[in-house]
Design a protein around this ligand. Structure first.
Ligand code: HEC
Length: 101
């Protein structure tokens, strides 16, 4: 029995992994779907791929003005981009760091 069960669960796991990995960067946004933030605008334009680019650019610009942000400082999970409790507050700081260039 055990000999049969092992390959099966390995295959199932692989399926699960590739399934969720694909869903993360492709397709539509699930968080930044309303409002007028730069991310929301990027989402409207090009979905998650575009939002990701946008967020990277924002983090880079903030770094240029001396502030350090990391993706996982605001996103609990970089597969589904679930936000941390402080993310909305931090996002304001990130946005402010864009202007004080
Ligand atoms: C300062 C906090 C902060 C940092 C740092 C940050 N994010 Fe975000 N991110 C947010 C918030 C808040 C939203 C939702 C914005 C909205 O609702 O308009 C978001 C939205 C997104 C989305 C859209 C998700 C969806 O489904 O709507 C992606 C993709 C994303 N971020 C990727 C990244 C990546 C990649 C990095 C690192 C380069 C990063 N973020 C860094 C706060 C942050």
């Amino acid at each position: 029995m055990i000999r049969f069960a092992a390959p099966l669960s390995a295959a199932a796991l692989l399926f699960l992994l590739t399934g969720t990995a694909g869903a993360a960067d492709e397709g539509k946004c699930t968080i930044a779907i309303k409002g007028d933030s730069p991310t929301a605008r990027a989402c409207t334009k090009g979905g998650r791929a575009e939002a990701k680019k946008m967020m990277k650019e924002m983090v880079k610009q903030a770094k240029g003005s001396g502030q350090k942000f990391t993706c996982d400082g605001c996103h609990k999970d970089l597969d589904n981009y679930e936000l941390t409790k402080t993310a909305p507050e931090d996002f304001k700081k990130l946005e402010a760091a864009q202007k004080t260039k």
